[in-house]
Design a protein around this ligand. Structure first.
Ligand SMILES: *Cc1c(COP(=O)(O)O)cnc(C)c1O
Length: 416
């Protein structure tokens, strides 16, 4: 029996030693599926399923509008947020769940520009997630160059581009394509030295990367509810605002739910205290309930353990890929050092799209990112080392048989 680091036995031994192994039981994973796509859409937890049924049938179905008070629907944006706070290193009362990451970016960018007047520059990375760039471009065209000027530079040019003209530095910790990781603490300190506010997008970080937003002095952050946090498709996103800014920040999207007292129905807007001002309209209770329930899977785990496991899974995958002659056509586009990347691995291949479709067909769920990347995500709560080992076997088989060349796999679907 082989006991080398590429054997099934080795993967099984790693699973036996895995302190997070029991967490897999929290999830309802389809049979014969290895889900390496938790970085795009986290899977369904038993708790979220149960809670959704209860909210629909009993709370909405029977208690109707009384549920806003009886089942504390009105507090849900904060209840869920307080479960996210420890995952990002935030003390209480600095996080709220609402809207999408895109909308929250708009609120916070406008907020930062107002706080930093007369500074007008928004500095970001050219390879940022498109929505981050689009929102900043939209704000620039709305406000005009005299009040908002977007400057996007390559990641390694960022330190040099920081100056006293920059109002806000907008960055994403983990690159959605390559998984490249920024040193958040270092860049935040560099920005602060120039009086620049920092706004971090933690969409590919929350629930898997070790974050210390308070200790690092982060000003603002946003993050995604439906990726590693498993909140469900289109789950509300979150906003973090450091409490030192609560007195001076002003969201530009003034809705009644962000009012100091929505049920006074005042005609004049007065912002709510703390994080409340970031609420806009009525919270989506079905989605928020699913997110709130899913977050309970994190209640008793240390983020450092999640990060250690995702690194171990990724390292095993990378080792198996690199040692296999049949997989030599794939090029690793992520940093080879697990500390310098997020929780997925990006490999390029000229036939990436068809390979991705054929893998999905074989029950190995991964995704494709244009133009030639296959992403393999290693969400630590439910994946086993043997899943990684099996995924590699499927990939080898597919490459050997060239099944990915079949017509049905080359046709582009609308969502990749
Ligand atoms: C997934 C993701 C988003 C998603 O934004 P939504 O508006 O919530 O759809 C934003 N930024 C990054 C970096 C992401 O990875």
């Amino acid at each position: 029996m082989s006991t080398s680091s590429t054997s099934l036995q080795h993967a099984q031994a790693l699973d036996e030693a895995d302190t997070l192994a029991g967490k897999r039981d929290d999830f309802l994973l389809p049979p014969d599926t290895i889900y390496l796509n938790g970085n795009s859409l986290g899977p369904l937890t038993r708790r979220a399923q149960q809670r959704t049924l209860e909210v629909v049938e009993s709370q909405w179905g029977e208690d109707l509008i009384a549920s806003w008070n009886r089942h504390d629907w009105i507090d849900l944006p904060f209840t869920a947020a307080e479960k996210i706070a420890p995952l990002i290193g935030a003390a209480p009362n600095q996080v709220v769940c609402c809207d999408s990451v895109s909308i929250n970016l708009l609120k916070l960018l406008a907020c930062c520009l107002r706080m930093q007047s007369p500074r007008t520059r928004v500095l970001t990375q050219t390879d940022n997630f498109p929505t981050d760039l689009y929102v900043a471009q939209g704000l620039e065209s709305l406000l005009g160059p005299a009040r908002c000027e977007l400057l996007a530079v390559a990641p390694d040019a960022l330190p040099e581009a920081l100056s006293e003209e920059v109002a806000v530095l907008l960055l994403t910790e983990i690159n959605f394509r390559s998984a490249a990781r920024f040193d958040m603490e270092e860049l935040t300190a560099l920005a602060h030295a120039q009086g620049v506010l920092v706004l971090w997008d933690l969409s590919h970080s929350a629930g898997v990367m070790p974050l210390e937003v308070d200790a690092w002095g982060i000003d603002f952050a946003v993050g995604c509810g439906y990726k590693y946090l498993n909140g469900g498709p289109g789950a509300p996103a979150f906003i973090y605002a450091n409490c030192r800014h609560h007195g001076t920040m002003n969201s530009p999207v003034q809705g009644w739910m962000g009012h100091r007292d929505p049920f006074e129905f005042d005609t004049a807007y007065e912002k709510g205290a703390g994080m409340a001002q970031f609420l806009v309209g009525t919270p989506p209770i079905l989605s928020l309930s699913a997110l709130d329930a899913a977050l309970d899977s994190f209640a008793d785990v240390a983020v450092s353990d999640l990060h250690a496991k995702t690194m171990a899974l990724g390292q095993l995958f990378a080792a198996l890929m690199s040692q296999d002659e049949e997989l030599s056509e794939f090029t690793l586009e992520s940093n080879a050092d697990a500390m310098l990347r997020g929780a997925h691995l990006a490999y390029s291949h000229p036939e990436a799209y068809s390979i991705c479709r054929a893998l999905n067909d074989a029950g190995i769920v991964v995704d494709f990112r244009s133009p030639n990347i296959v992403r393999f995500g290693f969400s630590p709560l439910y994946l086993r080392h043997v899943d990684v080992w099996r995924a590699i076997q499927s990939l080898r088989h597919l490459m050997r048989e060239k099944t990915y060349l079949e017509d049905e796999f080359t046709r582009r679907l609308r969502v990749t």
